[in-house]
Write a protein that binds this ligand. Structure first.
Ligand code: KIV
Ligand code: ZN
Length: 510
C-alpha cells in the first residue's frame, strides 16, 4: 500500500499550555519549541497571540528562532486576533494563521447566538482577510463532532474557496467514537467537492479516553494532518497524545498505510522536558513514556523477556529514546558521571574544552547542593548558564511536624530570616498545611497556594515537590526535593517565596 505522510501538528504550547498551572514563561516556551523541532514535528502551534502581550512575544520569539517546522498560533475569526497572529508568525520560515469558529448548533445558538449563514459568512470573510496577511491559513470548525453534516460540508467548501489550505475537523468536546469519527472523515472527503485543494486535519480531545483511537481512525480514513500534544496534556482530559499516535503509526504503518517524520528517539527527552517544565507528571502506566511502560513485573513476563525481549515487548525503550540509565546525578556525582549524562542529553566535550567543563561542573555542584537530584532539564539550564541563584531571604533551619488521625496536625518551623532565626508553630489540615501556616506566621506574606504536585523519583524515594503560589496576582513556582515529603514541601514553598521576594527587590526576573 502506498505510504502517506501524516503531518504532525503539535499544540503542546497552545492547547497544552491552557491547563491550569502548566503555563510557561517566554524562555521556557522557546526551549520546548526548540525541542519540538528536534523531535521533528511539522507544525508548532506556539500560542494564542491575542490572549496576552506575553503570549504574543513568545510566539514571535519562536517564529524568529525555531527553524524547520511551520509556526502557527490560534486566532478567533476576528480581525484583531488575525492581525496579532499574522504579526507574531511573520518572521517564521513558514508562517501559518490558525483560525477557529464553531459549526455546531450548540455553539451557534448558545455561544454566538447567530444563524448558520451569518457564521459561515463571518468565517469566509475572516479567511479572505487572513489570506492577505499570510500565505497559509488553517480553518478549524470547532465542535465539528456535534455539527450538522451538511452545514459542516458547506462551511468547509466555502472556506477552502476563500483560501484555507488546511481544514481542521475538531472533536472539541471528546464526544466522538472511532468508527463513527473515521466514517465522518471519510464522508467529508467524499462529499466536499474542492477538498483536494486543502489538507484534512483532525484534532481530538480525550474526554472519553478515545482521543488517540479517534485520531488513528481519521488517519485510516484519509486525514493528512493530526493535532496532538506531548504526554496528551490539554484542556480537561487532554488532547490526543503525540507519542501514542506516532508510535501506533510507526508500529502499524502497514495497516494505516502511513508514516510520520518524527524522530522517535526524541520522544522521551521531549516528554520529560514537558512534564518537568509544565509541572504535569505522567502516570506510571502511561503508554510509551510512563515509568512502567517498559518494565516487567510478573515472574512469567520477566522470565519471558529474559529469554527473548520480543516475547513481551513490541518496541524497545531505545526506540522512543529511553536510555537505560542507572546513574542518578547528585552532589556526590563526579565529573565522569556528569559528562556521561550530558552526552546522553546531547552535549559532548573534547579534551580541549576542559576549562569550559570545569565551569559547568561548578555550576552543576551549585544546583546539586540545592536539589538532591539533578534532572535532565536542570542540565539544559546549566548548559545555557540559566541557573540563576535565588537569594534565600527565608532559609529553613529546622522543622518538626506531627501528623495523625486523632489529634490535630501541627508543625513548628524555624527560619533564618535575613540573619535572624525566627520560629513559629501552627495547626493545619495535615502536617504540610500546618508547616505552611507556620511559615505564613513568620513571613506575613499574603500568599495563595494554586497548585501542588508531588512525584516520587529515584530509587531512594526522593519526593519531588512543585508548588505554584500566587502573591499579589502573580504566580511563582517553587521546586525542591527531599526524602521527607514535608521537608520537600516546606523547601518548595520557601523557594517560591524567595522568588517572589527576589523579583520584588529586583534581583531576579520571573
Ligand atoms: O478543541 C478545539 O476545538 C480546539 C480548536 C482551536 C482546534 O482546540
Ligand atoms: Zn482543542
Amino acid at each position: 500500500m502506498a505510504q502517506r505522510k501524516i503531518d504532525v501538528f503539535d499544540t503542546t504550547l497552545r492547547d497544552g499550555e491552557q491547563v491550569p498551572g502548566a503555563s510557561l514563561n517566554r524562555d521556557e516556551k522557546l526551549h520546548v519549541a526548540h525541542q519540538l523541532a528536534s523531535l521533528g514535528v511539522d507544525i508548532i502551534e506556539a500560542g494564542f497571540a491575542a490572549s496576552s502581550p506575553g503570549d504574543f512575544a513568545a510566539v514571535k520569539m519562536i517564529a524568529e528562532s525555531v527553524k524547520g517546522p511551520v509556526i502557527t498560533a490560534l486566532a478567533r475569526a476576528v480581525e484583531s486576533d488575525i492581525e496579532a497572529v499574522a504579526e507574531a508568525v511573520k518572521p517564521a520560515e513558514r508562517p501559518r494563521i490558525h483560525m477557529v469558529l464553531g459549526t455546531s448548533k450548540q455553539h451557534l445558538d448558545h455561544k454566538f447566538r447567530k444563524s448558520e449563514d451569518d457564521i459561515l459568512k463571518m468565517g469566509v470573510d475572516a479567511v479572505k482577510f487572513a489570506r492577505n496577511l499570510c500565505p497559509e491559513i488553517e480553518y478549524s470548525t470547532e465542535d465539528a463532532s456535534r455539527s450538522d453534516f451538511d452545514y459542516l460540508c458547506r462551511t468547509l467548501e466555502a472556506v477552502i474557496d476563500a483560501g484555507a489550505s488546511v481544514v481542521n475537523i475538531p472533536d472539541t468536546v471528546g464526544y466522538a467514537v472511532p468508527e463513527q469519527w473515521g466514517e465522518l472523515i471519510r464522508r467529508i472527503i467524499e462529499t466536499v467537492p474542492n477538498i483536494h485543494k486543502a489538507k484534512v486535519s483532525v484534532h481530538c480531545h480525550n474526554d472519553l479516553g478515545m482521543a488517540t483511537a479517534n485520531s488513528l481512525a481519521a488517519i485510516k480514513a484519509g486525514a493528512q494532518q493530526v493535532e496532538c500534544t506531548m504526554n496528551g496534556i490539554g484542556e480537561r482530559a487532554g488532547n490526543a497524545s503525540l507519542e501514542e499516535i506516532v508510535m501506533a503509526v510507526k508500529m502499524r504503518g502497514e495497516f494505516y498505510g502511513a508514516y510520520t517524520d518524527i524522530d522517535t528517539r526524541q520522544i522521551y527527552p521531549t516528554s520529560v522536558l514537558v512534564r518537568e517544565r509544565m509541572h504535569m507528571p505522567v502516570q506510571a502506566n502511561k503508554a510509551i513514556v510512563g515509568a512502567n511502560a517498559f518494565s516487567h513485573s510478573s515472574g512469567i513476563h520477566q522470565d519471558g523477556v529474559l529469554k527473548n525481549r520480543e516475547n513481551y515487548e513490541i518496541m524497545t525503550p531505545e526506540d522512543v529514546g529511553i536510555e537505560q540509565n542507572e546513574i542518578i546525578l547528585t552532589a556526590r556525582s563526579g565529573r565522569h558521571a556528569l559528562r556521561h549524562r550530558l552526552e546522553l542529553v546531547g552535549y559532548t566535550f573534547s579534551d580541549e574544552k576542559r576549562e569550559e567543563f570545569d565551569h559547568i561542573y561548578a555550576r552543576f555542584l551549585n544546583v546539586a547542593d540545592r536539589k538532591k537530584e539533578v534532572l535532565d532539564t536542570d542540565l539544559h539550564d546549566i548548559m545555557k548558564g540559566e541557573t540563576v541563584e535565588v537569594p534565600e531571604q527565608y532559609h529553613l533551619v529546622d522543622f518538626q511536624a506531627v501528623a495523625g488521625i486523632q489529634g490535630t496536625p501541627m508543625a513548628t518551623v524555624r527560619l533564618n530570616v535575613g540573619g535572624e532565626v525566627v520560629q513559629a508553630a501552627a495547626n493545619g489540615d495535615g502536617p504540610v498545611a500546618a508547616a505552611f501556616n507556620a511559615i505564613d506566621e513568620i513571613t506575613k506574606l499574603p500568599s495563595e497556594i494554586q497548585n501542588t504536585s508531588t512525584t516520587s523519583v529515584g530509587k531512594h524515594g526522593e519526593q519531588n515537590v512543585t508548588i505554584n503560589v500566587g502573591y499579589h496576582d502573580q504566580s511563582y513556582t517553587g521546586q525542591a526535593s527531599a526524602t521527607d515529603v514535608v521537608e520537600a514541601s516546606i523547601r518548595a514553598y520557601l523557594n517560591s517565596l524567595n522568588k517572589f521576594v527576589a523579583t520584588h527587590s529586583g534581583v531576579v526576573g520571573e
